[in-house]
Unconditional design. Structure first.
Ligand code: SAM
Length: 338
């Protein structure tokens, strides 16, 4: 293994794997209320196929995997997949991004199977608001899931909040306070304009919804947090992501900012994405993708499959173009392994 890098000399060592396009929430910025047309079961990669691809990627130099979706925990027996991936030589970190609803049921077995850590998406601490954003009344399940993950040692548990002006931005201080009182690691994410109708100039989030949120930059959020004290930069906690981290002086937790819009981090992008139906995407925010499922199912040799992976890496764009008015492609976050 010599290590992978793209045409812009960025090392590529991180693969995000979407295990399903299904989700048990309908967050207003992510999915329409009626959901999306779903893949047939036979179109979705089996666990064996995912493992084969991860194994080839590991031989090429990938050493970190993250499972995502859709909602990864709605796929049956996810811990079996974790166990298979954990057995691949060269893979030394497996993490999960989840909405947390089912985490209390699965945290222990996932940890046992080899999962290292989880990121939990949580956009409101207020039950009614949670329901408006996620279109389901599941706040308590998520909070229980976060506690279960901590108890099982899936640490650090990072809590990701997508901030929307006029929707949940009044809660950024409450979330940040939890880094002091509860040691939470909270990351504020800038709203991205996905195929759901949610332009960053902020006039709607999803379809005909009655919500009128908008983009709020990380600098604005940070400014608001000064009422809690001074935020000092702190080294990145465990992980491979693009967040910049800070800490209040008395906090054991951290505040992170993920700024795909106001300060993109493409220059340090180290990742590839595998969609649930087996397409490899070099960039979340571009529709370019290469198919691995068809060659895999028609018996292509490992060398051929590795060539396909290398082809995706060669196609990695220098940077996304959201700030130049280019959209995020035709597909939604839940379809491309967000
Ligand atoms: N279901 C899992 C979850 O909720 O974490 C994994 C998939 S979800 C698509 C992954 C992350 O993408 C979540 O943190 C979600 O909030 C975020 N996300 C989805 N659409 C987004 C958007 N338009 N802008 C910013 N973040 C978005």
């Amino acid at each position: 293994m010599t290590g992978l890098s793209d045409p812009f000399n960025r090392p590529i060592n991180y693969l995000r794997i979407s295990v399903t396009d299904r989700c048990n929430l309908r967050c207003v910025y992510c999915l329409p209320p009626e959901g999306i047309s779903l893949l047939h079961h036979s179109e979705i990669l089996t666990y064996e196929e995912i493992s084969t691809i991860a194994g080839l990627a590991a031989e090429l130099g990938i050493n970190k995997l993250r499972l995502t979706g859709g909602e990864p925990l709605v796929r049956a027996r996810l811990s079996e997949l974790v166990g298979m991936l954990a057995g691949i030589e060269g893979i030394d970190d497996i993490s999960l991004t989840t909405n947390g609803i089912l985490l209390k049921d699965y945290a222990a077995e996932l940890k046992q199977a080899g999962l290292k850590r989880v990121n939990v998406s949580l956009d409101s601490l207020n039950q009614r608001k949670f329901q408006r954003i996620a279109r389901h009344d599941k706040l308590n399940d998520v909070l229980q899931g976060i506690e279960a993950a901590k108890r099982c040692g899936l640490n650090p548990v990072k809590v990701n909040m997508v901030v929307m002006r006029g929707i949940n931005d009044d809660e950024v201080i409450d979330f940040a306070r939890l880094t002091i009182t509860e040691g939470w690691h909270v990351r504020f994410i800038e709203l991205m304009p996905f195929a759901v109708d949610n332009p960053p100039d902020g006039h709607s989030v999803a379809g005909k919804g009655s919500l009128h949120p908008g983009f709020l930059s990380a600098d604005h959020i940070r400014e608001r947090l000064t009422v809690l004290g001074k935020l000092e930069p702190t080294p990145s906690i465990t992980g491979n992501g693009p967040a910049r981290y800070f800490r209040f002086s008395k906090a054991s937790g951290t505040v992170g900012f993920i700024t795909p819009i106001s300060r993109h981090f493409c220059f340090s992008c180290n990742r590839l994405r595998l969609t649930a139906e087996g397409k490899l995407r070099p960039c979340l925010l571009s529709d370019s993708e290469v198919d691995l499922r068809q060659p895999l199912r028609s018996g292509a040799s490992p060398r051929k499959l590795k060539n396909v992976i290398n082809g995706a890496i060669k196609a990695k764009p220098r940077q996304h173009e959201l700030d130049r008015g280019q959209g995020s492609g035709k597909r939604m976050m839940s379809q491309v392994g967000g």
